[in-house]
Design a protein around this ligand. Sequence first.
Ligand code: BTN
Length: 326
Amino acid sequence: MLPYIDVLNRLEHTRYHSGQDLANVFGVTRATIHNCILRLVSMGIPIDRVRGKGYRLMKPLDLLDKAAIKSKLTTSVREKLTQFQIMHELGSTNDYMATQELPKAGCFSVAMAEMQTSGKGRRGRHWESPYAANIYMSVLWPLQKSMSEVGALSPLLSIGILQSLKALGMSGLGLKWPNDIYCHNKKLAGLLIQCSGEVSGTSKMIIGIGVNVYMSQQESVNIDQDWTDIVTHSTTNEISRNEVAANLLNHVVSILDTFERKQVDNLVGEWAQWDILKDKPVMLHKLNENIKGVARGIDEHGYLLLETNNQIQHISAGDVSLRAQL
Ligand code: BTN
């Protein structure tokens, strides 16, 4: 196994390390170090390579840190946290969570990755997940409600993610049904919820969240929609991924907890405040069918209200995609 993560941890922004020095430190050949560097570059890590000098990080890495994240969680969220893992590399944090044991009622586990090799988006799409650039996290929550009641959870969680970004000082935020978070009309974050019933009657909810923090043009070439990231809209360049992650957790866990204990209150009105599709012409793609209509917000179950020929259809998120006809 190439010690590429060890090499990465050794590299600095402020000075060069020669290939020979690194080889000596790790007791491997210079060729192995060279391969590690190639691997790191292919992961999207900008490394300055200068003949005769060696290797240097082109910008300091902002790595996820469990202690830093925990220190920013509210007491109530920290008390509910059963298992917290941060991995350098995973296929998908959602897939990983599917293999994990369900925490006891009222508690949750969370997994974060610096990079995903098979990050999953909605409708089978790929989610670009370069190293140490964005947030990729999945929360595992034992939901004490039946599957028929979980519809409202997706818009509630989208609102929670938006609120967490707003709390970090972001403006220009909006929601696109069913669960995309936009900033100045470009996608900033997405939510992938997977839910399965357990024999115990509890539902296993995996809430996967991806937020673009520092997505470079080079890393985003495969994204087929307008996207943006936090750094583009920040007034300072000092964004801490740990702070973004902690804030997300605080909001998401508080929503899950409230959802289990209380009736959902004013979902329709809350969504309307942020709805970027409200009263806009849209095209809905469903299997082989395209339906043109006007988006009229959502109902209390999180269904889209689509007006077609003066009639309102209630559309479930299932296998549909939606494009605004602007
Ligand atoms: C979407 O908007 O299409 C949903 C994107 C969800 C991406 C996140 S990243 C963490 C988690 N793991 C995955 O494989 N997907 C979700």
